[in-house]
Design a protein around this ligand. Structure first.
Ligand SMILES: Nc1ncnc2c1ncn2[C@@H]1O[C@H](COP(=O)(O)OP(=O)(O)OP(=O)(O)O)[C@@H](O)[C@H]1O
Length: 600
C-alpha cells in the first residue's frame, strides 16, 4: 500500500471530522483553550485603541495626570494577554495527548483483529509511520493548528471590523491586501496536499526498509548485501528529500506573497493617513492605532497559509489513519456462537475444503485447496506431506481461523470452526509455526502467551514436555530471564522448543504444528516428539512434515497434492502402495540428509 495520493477534491476535511468522537470527551478543555486564546488576541487588539485615546487625549493636550488610567489599562491588557496564552497551553496539553493515545491504542487493537490477509498486503513500515508520525501530526493539529485556524480567522474578521470602524479607508486597504492572500492560499493548499501525502507515504517506505533490514540483518550480513541495501536506502531517502524540497518551494512561494502584500498595505495606510492628518480628516491617534492593528493582524493573516498547510497535512494523516481503521475485520465471532461439546475428544475434520488467496495487483488468486477431505481422529497424530507450495501451511491456517475457507468447512468435534467464538476455538486449537517468533519478554511470559492464566506449574510442565526445562533452568534468571528481540539470543533449537511449550501450555484438544521441529537436531527432535506423545496422549495433532523422521512418528500420513488429499494411510502402507508418496519421500530424505550435513 504505497504512494496512495489523495485527491484534494475528495474533501480531506471529512477525515479530520471523523476524529470527532475522540475529541468529544475532552471538548470542554479544547473549547476552553480556544476561548482563552481568542480573549488573549482580543486584549492584543484592544491595546492600539487605548493608544489612540492616549495620543489624541493626554498626549495631544499635554495632560500628564490623564495618562495614568490608560497606561494602567495597557498594562492590564498586556498581562491578561500573556496569562491567557499560558492558560491555553496548560489546558490543551492533556486533551491533545489523550486523543493521540486513544487513537494509537485503538489502531493497535484493530491491527490485532485484522486477518492475516491484511498483514500480508501491508508493509509493516507503513503501519509504523501511521501509528507514530501521522498520529503526532494529528496531536499537533489539535493542540495548535486547529485552534489557531479558528481563532486567527475570527481575529482577522474582528480586527478588520475595528479598522473599518476607526477609518473606512484604512479598513478597505487592509481588506484589499488580505483578499488575494486567501486566493493564493487556496491554490497553494491543493498543491501542498498532494506533496504532503507523497512525503508521508515515502516516510512509510523508509521505515519499512529500516525495519526489514533490522529484522533480516543476519541474512544481509551473511550475503554481504549491506552496501547494496545502503544504496537503495539512500535512493529512497533522496526521493523523500526531493519531495520535501518541493514542499519547501511551494511554501516559499506562499510566504513571499504573504510577506509582500501586508507590507504594501501598511505603506498605503501611511500615505493615506499622512494626507488625512494634513487635511484634518484623521487624527494622529487614529493613524497610529490603524497601523498598529494592521501590524497586529499580520500574524493571523500570515499564519492562515501555514495553518492551512498543517490542516492539509493533518487531513492526509487522518486519511492514512482511517485507511487502516476502515480495513475490514473479516474473521469475527459468529452472531450465534455454538459451544464445543463438553465430552468432545478433539475430532478434527476437513470437509470438501476449498481455499483461494484474495486477488492481488489486479490478478485473481487461483484456488490453492480445491476439495480437501481429511479426518484426524481424537488422540491421533497425522502427518501432512506434499510437494513444496502445495498448500500445507495454508491448510493448517484454516483450523484456528487465521484464514477462512472459501468453500467446504473445518470442524472440531462436529462444530464448524466458524460457529465457535474465536476465544473458545483458539483455546481448543493451538498452533506452532515453522518460524518460532518469541517476544521481548521473560521466558515465562513468552510461554504464557499460549494460556495467560497458566500457573507456574503448568509453565514448567509445558517446558518439560518440550524438552526445554533444562536449558531454561541454566539461563541466568531461569524462567524470569528476558529473551531478546525475537529471542535472538537463543539458539534456533531453543527457540523452537519454547514455541512448542507455548503451544502445549494451554492443554489444547487439537495441536497444529507447521513443521515446528525443523530447527532441531535429530536427537532433540525425537526427544520432543516422544515427550509430546507421552504427556499429551489425548491430543489430536496435525503436523506438517518435511522430514522422514517426523513422518515416522505419526500414526497416519496424508498426502496433499494438487489441492486435494490424494492418499491417507500409515507410513508403511503408503510406502508399499503409493508411488507418488515414495517419490516424495525420497526427496524429503535428500532434503533431510542435506540439512543434517549442513548442521555437521
Ligand atoms: N499470502 C499469500 N497470498 C497469496 N498466495 C499465497 C500466500 N501464501 C501462500 N501463497 C501461495 O499458496 C500456495 C501454497 O502455499 P503454502 O505456503 O501453503 O504451501 P506449503 O505446502 O506449505 O509450502 P512449503 O512446503 O514450501 O512450506 C503457494 O503457491 C504460495 O505461493
Amino acid at each position: 500500500m504505497n504512494d496512495l495520493e489523495s485527491d484534494p477534491k475528495r474533501g480531506g476535511l471529512r477525515h479530520i471530522v471523523r476524529l470527532g468522537p475522540y475529541l468529544r470527551p475532552v471538548r470542554g478543555r479544547v473549547i476552553g483553550s480556544g476561548a482563552a486564546v481568542l480573549v488573549s488576541m482580543m486584549c492584543g487588539l484592544a491595546i492600539p485603541l487605548v493608544i489612540q485615546r492616549i495620543l489624541d487625549g493626554p498626549v495631544a493636550e499635554g495632560d500628564a495626570p490623564g495618562l495614568l488610567w490608560p497606561v494602567v489599562a495597557v498594562a492590564v491588557l498586556g498581562a491578561t494577554e500573556a496569562l491567557l496564552f499560558f492558560t491555553r497551553r496548560k489546558l490543551i496539553a492533556g486533551p491533545s495527548t489523550a486523543v493521540e493515545a486513544d487513537l494509537r491504542a485503538d489502531l493497535y487493537a484493530h491491527l490485532h483483529r485484522l486477518p492475516i490477509a491484511f498483514h500480508d498486503q501491508w508493509q509493516s513500515g507503513q503501519l509504523l509511520s501511521r501509528a507514530v508520525s501521522d498520529l503526532s501530526t494529528i496531536r499537533r493539529f489539535i493542540a495548535f493548528a486547529g485552534i489557531f485556524l479558528v481563532v486567527n480567522s475570527l481575529t482577522m474578521v474582528i480586527g478588520l471590523g475595528v479598522l473599518f470602524f476607526l477609518d473606512p479607508v484604512i479598513g478597505a486597504i487592509t481588506l484589499a491586501c488580505s483578499l488575494p492572500l486567501i486566493a493564493i492560499s487556496t491554490v497553494f493548499e491543493s498543491r501542498y496536499s498532494v506533496l504532503s501525502r507523497r512525503s508521508q507515504d515515502q516516510e512509510g517506505d523508509l521505515a519499512t526498509t529500516v525495519e526489514e533490514s533490522a529484522l533480516g540483518i543476519r541474512v544481509l550480513k551473511a550475503f554481504g548485501r549491506g552496501p547494496e541495501l545502503a544504496r537503495r536506502f539512500a535512493a529512497e531517502a533522496r526521493e523523500l528529500r526531493g519531495t520535501e524540497l518541493a514542499k519547501v518551494r511551494v511554501l516559499a512561494l506562499l510566504w513571499g506573497s504573504i510577506i509582500m502584500l501586508p507590507e504594501l498595505g501598511i505603506a498605503l495606510q501611511l500615505l493615506v493617513g499622512t494626507f488625512g492628518i494634513a487635511n484634518g480628516t484623521m487624527t494622529i491617534g487614529t493613524l497610529v492605532a490603524g497601523v498598529t492593528i494592521a501590524t497586529y493582524l499580520r500574524w493571523p493573516v500570515d499564519s492562515i497559509g501555514w495553518l492551512l498547510a498543517e490542516t492539509n497535512q493533518t487531513a492526509t494523516a487522518a486519511e492514512r489513519y482511517w485507511e487502516v481503521r476502515d480495513a475490514e475485520v473479516t474473521i469475527t465471532d459468529p452472531a450465534e456462537p455454538q459451544r464445543l461439546p463438553a465430552d468432545g475428544a478433539g475430532l478434527l475434520r476437513f470437509e470438501d475444503v476449498r481455499f483461494a488467496y484474495p486477488a492481488t495487483g489486479g490478478e485473481r488468486g487461483g484456488e490453492v485447496l480445491s476439495g480437501v477431505d481429511l479426518e484426524v481422529r481424537p488422540g491421533e497424530t497425522v502427518a501432512l506431506v506434499g510437494p513444496t507450495g502445495c498448500g500445507k501451511t495454508t491448510l493448517t491456517a484454516l483450523v484456528a481461523r487465521l484464514a477462512d475457507v472459501t468453500g467446504g468447512r473445518v470442524t472440531v468435534d462436529g462444530v464448524d470452526v466458524r460457529d465457535l467464538r474465536l476465544e473458545e476455538l483458539r483455546a481448543a486449537v493451538a498452533t506452532a509455526f515453522e518460524d518460532a517468533v518469541l517476544f521481548s519478554a521473560s521466558v515465562a511470559e513468552n510461554v504464557r502467551l499460549g494460556a495467560p492464566e497458566a500457573s507456574m506449574e503448568d509453565v514448567r510442565t509445558a517446558l518439560r514436555v518440550a524438552q526445554a526445562e533444562e536449558f531454561v533452568d541454566a539461563l541466568p534468571w531461569g524462567l524470569d530471564t528476558r529473551i531478546g528481540e525475537q529471542g535472538l539470543s537463543l539458539s534456533g533449537g531453543q527457540r523452537q522448543r519454547l514455541a512448542l511449550a507455548r503451544a502445549v501450555v494451554g492443554k489444547p484438544k487439537v495441536l497444529v504444528l507447521d513443521d515446528p521441529l525443523s530447527a532441531l537436531d535429530v536427537q532433540t527432535e525425537a526427544e520432543v516428539e516422544h515427550a509430546l506423545r507421552s504427556v499429551l496422549s489425548g491430543v489430536t495433532a496435525l503436523v506438517v512434515a518435511h522430514r522422514p523422521s517426523t513422518v515416522q512418528l505419526a500414526d497416519r500420513v496424508a498426502l496433499l497434492d494438487d489441492g486435494r488429499i490424494t492418499a491417507v494411510g500409515t507410513h508403511s502402507e503408503l510406502l508399499a502402495t503409493n508411488t507418488a508418496y515414495r517419490t516424495l519421500l525420497s526427496t524429503l530424505d535428500d532434503a533431510g540428509a542435506d540439512s543434517e550435513r549442513t548442521r555437521v
